[in-house]
Design a protein around this ligand. Structure first.
Ligand code: 5AD
Ligand code: SF4
Length: 476
């Protein structure tokens, strides 16, 4: 158990960081009293919900420092990108955005530019930023998030560049300020890191080993959320089914879910991501027995062929995956199922890809999240040879979408005419008069209605369906 020593940031360190937040607040407040305008901060997030959750803490710290959070980087005094390293596309966007800020910095020398998150945990990326993006003031990795106040203070005091990328697994800190962005739904990280080392994935290298938060800290946070009026929580982790294993006290993820169910005011509980090899009967039973746990499961299959799954180091077979799905469907017939798929993994042939399509047809997911394989330096798959050309991979990808879109639409079609309980999150992105919320299964429903329903549950009859969303009429 010696490994656990540094899992939680010491109370003294947290107090030190909070004192620095206060010092920066004093500086920013003095500026406000002098000029009548607040300094503005812009935070842009790439990648998974874990990053969204980290950005909510970043935004919490910035807000406590007296920055006004802004949606526009043009008017910002502090710009920060919280980056993702899972695929190359997201990395290229970050480089593009950082490049474009060079002009802004030339016109606005006081601008502070930061970049953080998973990309920065890769040595060659941090080095590239250091060498080629000299206008970037602050670089830090995932393990340094909780030291952000002292890092920013160093930049503000010395006008010097600060780079903090640690190799050691980051400690977990409790009780930091958070600015949440999900309406009545809150994200709560329960564990960090991943021990699985799927051969294509960079996450274990940039996020470190699995570290679970203390259950009492998680439950206390959720009790506070309930008190603040939040109705839904999503428990987050790269592999939530491993929750607690590193703590060695026998308290597991199913136990945590059961305890979250006991919190009054929280009416919906979701979680992600689950690894198929770790999903236990106990967890399935806990889900089935607790009405508060949404009957929704994201269970990434990645590929359908057993040879490919083996080389991916997924540690299950197509058959054992499908068996688990059957068990889940038997216990929860109305469950909404989603998955992640990688197309064009090195060595995957067209025939092997057919097995992925077969899984889609057998499981009949509601939605899939599909990606063309992206080579990540340092992972075992990076040195493996391709069989398919880029064009062939694209053809497979398009076929995958074609097969799935039909299934998604059919599954949504089956909901036409049903009355569903929707937690209203806000107005639709495209029309202010349209409300948008989610069903228990996590499907988006758009419907006309009074804004008084935002943050509340509404009964909505499904009147029309799309591939990705439902359209409804409120029953008042
Ligand atoms: N290329 C493409 N997709 C990837 N994912 C992880 N690593 C890669 C990669 N190198 C996908 C997996 C995972 C999701 C979060 O991202 O499907 O489940
Ligand atoms: Fe990556 Fe696999 Fe860990 Fe998921 S389980 S984060 S795909 S290594």
């Amino acid at each position: 158990m010696s490994e656990r020593k540094n899992v939680t940031l010491s109370a003294e360190e947290v107090a030190k960081q909070k004192a620095i937040i206060e010092q920066i607040y004093q500086i920013n407040d003095a500026y406000y009293r002098q000029c009548g305008i607040r300094k503005k901060a812009f935070v842009e997030t790439y990648g998974c919900q874990q990053n969204v959750s980290d950005s909510e803490i970043l935004a919490g710290m910035l807000s406590s420092m007296g920055y006004e959070l802004s949606d526009s980087k043009d008017e910002a005094d502090f710009v920060i990108y919280n980056t993702c390293a899972v695929r190359e596309n997201a990395e290229l966007k970050v480089y593009g955005n950082l490049g474009a800020l060079k002009h802004k910095k030339a016109k606005q020398p006081g601008l502070v530019i930061g970049v953080c998150g998973c990309m920065m945990q890769q040595k060659e990326v941090a080095d590239t930023i250091r060498r080629k993006y000299k206008h970037v003031d602050l670089v830090f990795g995932t393990h340094s998030l909780y030291y952000f106040p002292s890092l920013l203070k160093q930049v503000l005091d010395d006008s010097s560049r600060v780079v903090d990328v640690r190799d050691t697994d980051g400690a977990i800190a409790e009780d930091y300020p958070v600015v949440r962005t999900g309406g009545p739904c809150a994200w709560v990280s329960v564990m960090y890191g991943c021990n699985n080392f799927c051969s294509y994935c960079i996450v274990p290298y940039v996020r470190g080993r699995e570290r679970s938060r203390d259950k009492d800290a998680v439950l206390a946070e959720i009790r506070l959320l309930a008190k603040d009026g939040y109705k839904e929580v999503t428990l987050l982790g790269q592999n939530v089914n491993s929750y607690g294993k590193d703590r060695g006290d026998g308290y597991d993820f199913a136990d945590l879910l059961s305890d979250v169910c006991k919190i009054d005011g929280i009416e919906r509980i979701r979680f992600m991501t689950s690894h198929p090899k770790d999903i236990s009967d106990k967890l399935i039973d806990t889900m089935a027995e607790n009405p508060k746990i949404c009957k929704q499961l994201h269970l990434p299959v990645q590929a359908g062929n057993n040879r490919v799954l083996k080389v991916m180091n997924r540690r299950y077979t197509k058959e054992s995956y499908l068996e688990k799905i059957e068990k889940i469907k038997k216990k929860m017939p109305d469950i909404t199922l989603t998955t992640d798929i990688i197309v064009g993994f090195p060595g995957e042939t067209k025939d092997e890809f057919e097995d992925t399509l077969d899984v889609l047809r057998k499981v009949r997911y509601d939605t899939i999240f599909s990606f063309i394989y992206s080579k990540r330096a340092g992972t075992p798959a990076a040195t493996m040879e391709d069989v398919l050309t880029s064009e062939e991979k694209k053809e497979c990808f398009d076929r995958l979408l074609e097969v799935q879109d039909e299934i998604s639409l059919e599954k949504n079609e089956a909901l036409r005419g049903k009355v569903m309980k929707v937690l209203v999150e806000g107005t639709s992105k495209t029309d202010e008069n349209v409300l948008s919320g989610r069903t228990e299964g996590g499907k988006i429903v758009n419907f006309e209605g009074n804004s008084k329903y935002i943050g509340e549950f509404a009964d909505v009859e499904i009147t029309d369906v799309r591939t990705w969303s439902l359209i409804g009429k409120i029953i008042e």
